[in-house]
Design a binder for this molecule. Structure first.
Ligand SMILES: [Zn+2]
Length: 241
C-alpha cells in the first residue's frame, strides 16, 4: 500500500515541475541544487549501504553490483548523448540549443521515469526503510523530470498542449513502474544488481543533469549551499529510515 501512496506523490511532483516549467519561473534553480544533494545522499547513505549489507549476508563480492552501477551510469549517458549526436548530425546547419531533441528525449525521459517507479517498488522489496528513501529520491527529482520534459518540448517549439501531453506521460510512468513490480519479485542476487544499477542511474541524473541545470542560468553560493543541505538532510533521514 505504501508504495502506491508514494507513487501518487511522484505523479504530483512531476506535474508540479512541469506546470512550473510552463510558466518558466527562474527561482527553481536553487531547488534543483537541493535535489542533486538529495540524490547523492540517497545513493551514499541508503542504497550503497543496503547493497553491502545484502552482499555481506550472501557472502558475495561487490564486483557484480559495482559493474551494474557503472552500467546504470553509462546507459543513460550513452542514450542521452546518442540522441544529441544523431540530431546534431541531421541538422548541422540549424541553430544550436538542441531544439531537435524534443520528442525523442521526452520519450527517453519517460522510460527513465518508469525505471524510477520500478526502483521504488524494488526498494520496498528490499525493505521498507530503503523503499521510503528511494521514493524520497524519486519524488524530489521528479519535479525536475517534469520540468525537463516541458523544457525539452518547448525548446523543440512544441505547442503547450503537446508539452502537457508528454508531461502527463512522464508523470504516469513512475506509477506504472511501481505497479509493474507487484507482478514479479527478484531474488536477492538480482536485487543487489538492480540496486547497483539504480545507484549509478541516480548518480548520473544528479551529477550530469540536475546539477548543470541548477547552475545553467547563474551559479550562486545559495545553490551550492543547498546541495550540501540536500546531502546532509538525506544523511539525517537515513539514520532514521
Ligand atoms: Zn526521474
Amino acid at each position: 500500500m505504501i508504495p502506491v501512496i508514494l507513487t501518487f506523490a511522484t505523479f504530483v511532483s512531476t506535474m508540479m515541475g512541469g506546470l512550473v516549467g510552463l510558466k518558466n519561473r527562474d527561482n527553481l534553480h536553487r531547488f534543483l541544487g537541493f535535489t542533486a544533494g538529495v540524490l547523492l545522499g540517497v545513493v551514499a547513505f541508503e542504497i550503497l549501504p543496503e547493497i553491502f549489507k545484502l552482499l555481506n549476508e550472501q557472502n558475495r563480492s561487490p564486483v557484480g553490483a559495482m559493474i551494474a552501477l557503472v552500467g546504470g551510469f553509462l546507459l543513460f549517458h550513452i542514450i542521452e548523448k546518442s540522441i544529441l549526436i544523431h540530431h546534431t548530425q541531421e541538422e548541422e546547419y540549424e541553430v544550436h540549443h538542441h531544439p531537435h531533441v524534443g520528442i525523442a528525449s521526452a520519450l527517453a525521459l519517460s522510460a527513465h521515469s518508469f525505471l524510477d517507479g520500478v526502483g521504488i517498488g524494488l526498494g520496498f522489496q528490499a525493505g521498507t526503510g530503503i523503499g521510503i528513501t528511494v521514493a524520497i529520491a524519486v519524488i524530489a527529482h521528479d519535479f525536475s523530470d517534469g520540468l525537463n520534459t516541458v523544457n525539452l518540448m518547448l525548446v523543440n517549439k512544441s505547442r503547450d498542449r503537446r508539452a502537457l501531453m508528454f508531461l502527463l506521460l512522464d508523470a504516469i510512468a513512475p506509477v506504472l513502474g511501481v505497479l509493474s513490480t507487484f507482478l514479479f519479485t527478484l531474488s536477492d542476487t538480482t536485487l543487489v544488481l538492480y540496486l547497483g544499477f539504480f545507484a549509478g542511474f541516480l548518480l548520473y541524473i544528479g551529477a550530469s543533469e540536475i546539477l548543470p541545470e541548477a547552475h545553467s542560468k547563474h551559479s550562486s553560493y545559495a545553490t551550492i549551499g543547498l546541495t550540501v543541505v540536500g546531502v546532509s538532510a538525506m544523511f539525517v533521514i537515513s539514520r532514521f529510515a
